[in-house]
Design a protein. Sequence first.
Lengths: 424, 113
Amino acid sequence: MNGLTRRQFGLLLGAGASTLAMPAYLRAQDKPRVVVIGGGPGGATVAKYVAKDSAGAIDVTLINDGETFTTCFFSNLYLGDFRTFESITHSYDQLASAYGINKVTGRAVSVDREAKTVTLADGSTVPYDRLVLAPGIDVIYDSVPGYSEEAAEIAPHAWKAGAQTQLLKEKLDAVEDGQNIVMVAPPNPYRCPPGPYERVSMFAHVLKKKGFTQSKIFVIDPKETFSKQALFTEGWEKHYPGMVEWYGPDVHGGLKSVDVAAGTVETDLDTFEGALLNIIPAQRAGAIAIDAGVTNEAGWAPIDAGSMRSTIDEAIYVIGDASIAGDMPKSGFSANSQAKVAALNIRADLTDAQAFPARYSNTCWSLIETDDGVKVGAQYEPQDGKITALDAFVSQPGESAELRKETYEESIGWYSGIIEDTFA
Amino acid sequence: MVASLAAMTAVASGTEEDSLRAEADERVAAILKLSPDPAYGAYLAGDCATCHRASGGSDGIPPIAGLPADYTVNALIEYKLGIRENEVMVVRVARLGDAEIAALAAHFADQKP
C-alpha cells in the first residue's frame, strides 16, 4: 500500500465503491485467500502445492475436523496386521511449519457462496477467494434397510478411516473359529473400488493365521462384477480355499435387510448369520459439498475436466471422492493427482502462474495375502469434457510369486511416497 | 535344422535389441538438445512425486531426485520403447512427448535429495 492506509486508499477510490472496485486479492488483506475443506490426500495435497508453489503469494487455510488424519488406503493392511494404526495416521504439523499453511481444526458446516465465507461448527467464519472442497464421501446409512449411524457402532462400515476402523479390527480379532463374517458390499460409485475385496482378503488372512478351519466369510454384493475380480477370486481359492463365498445379485436375489443386534443379513436367497457384520452402504459426496449446492441429484459434484473447477460455482474447486472425475476411480491416488491440477489452476487464477494442460494418474494396489500384491492403474486426460482413461494396465491372473512380491513392495514405496507428497 | 533356426532367432533378436538401443540413443540425444521449461517440469513432476519421494527416501520405489538429466531421459525412453518393463511406468510415459521428458529430466537434475 506504499504509505497509504487502507482507509485512505478506500477514500481515494470513493467510499462504498472501494470494496467492489478493488480486485479480490486486495480486499481485507494483501494476499488472495485459498480455503480448503478436508485434510485427506486431496485437500492436504492441494493446500501444500498452492502454498509451496506460490511461495507466500497466496494465503492458504486448511480446515479439517481432526488434529490427525488416518488414511483409508492401507487401513485394510492394519486389519490384516501388516501395519499399525499409528503408521497410517499422520499429522499436519509439517504443512504448517514448512509451508505456512493455517491449519484450522474444526468442522465446516456451511458455505455462503455469495459472501464467499465458510462457517465452522463453533460459529466462526473464514473468508475465501477460492474454495476447495475435498470432503471425501459420506455413507448413506439408510441405503441398507435396517442400518443406521447407531447400528454402525455394532456393525461397523469402517469406510471412513478412524474409530470405525479400530472398532472393526477389535471385532475381527474377537471372531472365533466356526463363527462367520458377513460383508455387505457397496453399489457403484464408491470410494476405493477394490477396497471391499482387499478387506475380505485381510479378514481371511487373519482367520487363516489363527488356524481357523470352520469360519466363513460371506460377501453380499449388489454388483454383478467387481474390481480385479479375476485376481481376487484366484487369490481366495489359492490362499483361503473354501473360506470366502461371494454372492452377486443374480444369486442372492437382493438384499432385504440387516439386523445388527441379531447379526443377520437377509436376502431373497437366504439369511446369512455372522459374529461380525461389515456393512458398507451406498455413498455420496461429503455433506459440506451437498450443503454448498455444488452437487448433482445423485450427490456428487460435477467439475471441469481440465481444472477440477466446479461447473456450478467458478470460485469453487471440488477434488477427490466428492467429484465426478470421469473414468478416474475414487481413490487416494486420484485425489492426490487431481489436487495438483487444481493447485496449478488456482495459482493461475490468482497469480501470474502459467496453467498447463491437465494430466491425471492413478494406481490402486491391493494385497491378497502376504507378498501377493496386485495393481490396476491408468493415465488420464480431459477428452470431450470428461476425464478419460487413455492408457491402462491391470495385474494378470497366474503371475509369478516374484512379480507379486515386487508389486507388494512397490505399494509400500507408494504409501511412503504419497504420504510425503501429501503431509510433508 | 533346429539348431540353425535357434541360431537365426538369436541373431534376429540380437539385431532387434541393437536397433532398439540405437533408436533409444538417438531419441535421448535429440531430447537432451531441447531447452526445457522449468515451470512445466515442476508441474509435470507432481505426477512423479506421488511415488518417488522428493526427499529422495526410498522403500520399494527408487529415488529419482538429483539424477542427472541424461539418466532420466534414457530411463523414460527405455520405458517408452519397452526396454524397461514396469506397468506403472510404461503407462506414465505413454503420453509424454520430447518436451515433457526434457522438462522432467531437467527438473529432477535440479533437485537436491
